[in-house]
Design a binder for this molecule. Structure first.
Ligand SMILES: *Cc1c(COP(=O)(O)O)cnc(C)c1O
Length: 348
């Protein structure tokens, strides 16, 4: 797209980042070996580094965040078990039915506040162990909550939810696709957010700007079983140190700068709030995801996104009147200005 339109700006997703020249240089020079045999030094170093970052005894390199979620569900649960999550959870609408097809679990969706339920809501969903009911086994949270608006779970709320789960014998899993966005936004460490969770993962292909890769972390026993599924499902790679080197580079150079993405998202949101025909709750924009409503006689979300695309600005339609814009490594303050100018022109 950008090859035909030089100043094209892409707010569709933070997955649209491309490896920077410096990241590519590090990849080209990466020390590699046979990952599947445990012989890739770059992967091994990344795994050790991320276990420490996430405060867990063990970790595993996987191709994607989706595989982290699906493997975690399958290790924690038996077929027929119930997983409790928010109704906006990535598990429900974006993983190809994996929870049903791969782990064979039931999902029990709760209606949280912008993707975040509380301990009281969880307690209300917990049942006595009845032979006719699915076994309730796992509580899943997303930090940040993607379809919730990039919202951040407060640490105390996570701790209360995990305590309610553990108190009834359930396990806990954190989808940390954007955990580092939350950590940068609040100053609470990733390890502190993940402390009460039996498993957690981070994604390198979102705002961190690597071409792929994710790290799943947990206890040594959990990771031992997760590695078995990694091999069974064909997730083991060979000289994947090429990718791990990009992830390692991203941890060095692309974490603190997530604050720039948050500032750009806030600026975009403030501009949107000034445009008649668009509605946004400024307080809801906590990190790099900006959701707004198109309440204009001439435009719904699909028509607005199509018209923006004609002007070299891509955003995502998330519903008949809902648009999502995501800030990341490849969109700067000038891109925000361009997007706002296009919106003003269209809706004037
Ligand atoms: C992107 C995303 C995933 C999946 O990660 P991939 O690396 O794209 O497979 C899972 N959960 C959330 C909240 C995400 O945003």
């Amino acid at each position: 797209m950008d090859s035909v339109m030089p100043d094209f700006v892409d707010f569709f997703s933070d997955t649209k980042t491309r490896p920077t020249p410096a990241m590519r240089a590090v990849m080209a020079g990466a020390e590699v070996g046979d990952e599947r045999a445990g012989e890739d030094p770059s992967v091994n170093r990344l795994v050790e580094r991320c276990a420490a970052l996430l405060g867990k005894p063990a970790a595993l390199f996987l191709p994607s965040g989706t595989m982290c979620n699906e493997i975690a569900l399958a290790v924690h649960c038996r077929p027929g078990d119930e997983v409790i999550c928010d109704r906006t959870s990535h598990l429900i609408g974006f993983e190809g039915g994996g929870p049903a097809a791969l782990a064979g679990v039931m999902l029990n969706p709760l209606t949280g506040d912008r993707g975040r339920f509380d301990a009281g809501q969880l307690a209300a969903a917990l049942r006595p162990d009845r032979p006719y009911a699915p076994r309730q086994r796992l509580v899943e949270v997303e930090q940040t909550a993607n379809l919730g608006g990039g919202t951040i779970w407060p640490l105390a709320q996570l701790q209360a939810v995990a305590a309610a789960a553990h108190g009834r014998g359930l396990l806990t899993h954190m989808d940390g696709a954007r955990l580092l966005n939350a950590a940068v936004a609040t100053g609470v460490s990733a390890a502190d957010y993940a402390r009460d969770f039996d498993s957690v993962w981070i994604d390198f292909s979102k705002g961190l700007g690597a071409p792929g890769g994710a790290i799943l972390a947990g206890s040594a026993e959990f990771i031992h079983e997760a590695n078995r599924l990694k091999l069974r499902w064909g997730g083991a790679m060979r000289q994947s140190g090429i990718i791990a080197a990009a992830c390692d580079y991203a941890l060095d150079h692309h974490v603190e700068r997530l604050a720039d993405d948050h500032a750009n998202a806030a600026a975009l949101a403030r501009g949107i709030a000034q445009i008649a025909g668009l509605e946004i709750d400024l307080a809801s924009v906590e990190t790099n995801l900006v959701y707004f409503a198109v309440m204009h006689a001439g435009f719904d979300a699909p028509r607005l996104c199509a018209a923006l695309l004609d002007r070299g600005v891509r955003m995502g339609e998330m519903g008949p009147r809902t648009v999502r814009a995501v800030t990341h490594l490849d969109v700067d303050a000038a891109a925000v200005d361009k997007a706002l100018a296009a919106l003003r022109e269209l809706l004037a």
